[in-house]
Design a protein around this ligand. Structure first.
Ligand code: MAV
Length: 333
């Protein structure tokens, strides 16, 4: 997608360097190409959010700018994106699960710990406040990744080859979790048998019986057709997703100041657009998959008891990071 404010036509650079800035011979003006990445196709809320970001930047910026988006996980999964963003190569912006950024910033998964939010209102209040700022600062300092907005809003449930409807069936359930250690700790605390597996290996791992399931939100289950191997959804509703819209710090600092300001504004607005979209579509997508007979949906008996098992693990995690006050501030919202 190209937003031209002059008559110059950008040539698409095929190199692996990020945020290409070129100076035209004709105008002397700097032109910027920014590269994004999405795990999904154009139908997913993340891609739509990133497209909205591009549109807003293109509209508000006075200079020439173009965008190249790598779709369908063409550049790997989020664990790859985080390395690219941190190094300032290959991509400049993306939407990321905090738990996939733990390798560089250990505290960041606190914002997407399972059972952190009571409900959508709580999640909304937290994301409309600046309570998560200390975690953003840590991410920038340690990973050189800048949060410019928050997308997300999907509710995560278990998805498995066989239905899991109570504590007995959950006990020892072999499931994939995201890479951050707190994810495995929390699912261990509720008696499952979690293992961290790369997202782009999950489908095969379930198909071949290496694991019996995973956990995810409706948008991604539908977009990547996970229902083909894990058609049984159990409504544990253990997380409402927080998905920062991020930019490589190296890229950001190399951009003209007026463009930086436009990007910060557009990131925040596009994030809010994405949150509204994904939270609104979440139930609809479950229903679409149900109607198409792609999934079954089961309540989890005794869901309320899971919290008792999880809260001490959340507390220990926060205490280990010196983030007890922050966790309390999030809970108090
Ligand atoms: C979903 O596709 C998204 O929440 C994405 O951001 C995560 O990385 C992914 O799940 C996952 O479980 O790794």
């Amino acid at each position: 997608m190209t937003f031209m404010k002059s008559t110059f036509t950008l040539t698409k650079a095929a190199t692996f360097a990020a945020a290409i800035t070129t100076v035209t011979a004709t105008t002397g003006a700097a032109e910027v190409t920014l590269r994004g990445a999405s795990l999904f196709d154009e139908n997913h809320a993340y891609t739509k959010t990133l497209r909205e970001f591009e549109r807003l930047v293109g509209e508000a910026y006075d200079g020439d700018i173009s965008f190249e988006m790598h779709l369908n996980g063409e550049l790997g999964d989020e664990s790859d994106f985080v390395t690219f963003l941190q190094q300032g190569v290959a991509i400049d912006y993306a939407i990321m699960a905090p738990s996939n950024m733990a390798v560089f910033a250990p505290a960041i998964p606190l914002m997407d710990m399972p059972f952190l939010f009571r409900d959508l209102d709580h999640w909304n209040t937290v994301l409309s406040s600046d309570v998560l700022k200390p975690l953003e600062d840590e991410l920038y300092a340690k990973a050189d990744i800048k949060v410019i907005g928050y997308a997300g809003g999907g509710t995560r449930n278990l998805a498995s080859a066989n239905a899991i409807s109570n504590m007995d069936e959950l006990t020892g359930h072999k499931m994939r979790v995201m890479g951050a250690p707190i994810q495995a700790s929390i699912f261990s605390a509720i008696n499952a048998a979690p293992s961290a597996i790369a997202y782009n290996e999950v489908y095969n791992a379930i198909q071949t019986g290496v694991i019996a399931g995973f956990e995810n939100e409706a948008a991604s289950i539908q977009n990547l057709k996970f229902y083909e191997v894990a058609p049984n959804i159990t409504l544990t509703k253990h997380a409402i997703t927080v998905r920062p819209v991020v930019m490589s710090g190296k890229t950001f600092r190399g951009l003209p100041e007026d463009l930086q300001a436009v990007i910060v504004e557009a990131g925040s607005t596009a994030g809010a657009f994405g949150r509204e979209l994904e939270s609104r579509e979440d139930g609809e997508k479950l229903q679409q998959m149900l109607d198409a007979k792609q999934i079954t949906v089961t309540e989890f008996e005794g869901r309320e008891n899971l919290l008792d098992l999880v809260v001490p693990v959340q507390n220990d995690f926060a205490a280990g990071l010196g983030a007890t006050e922050l966790l309390e501030a999030i809970r108090a919202k």
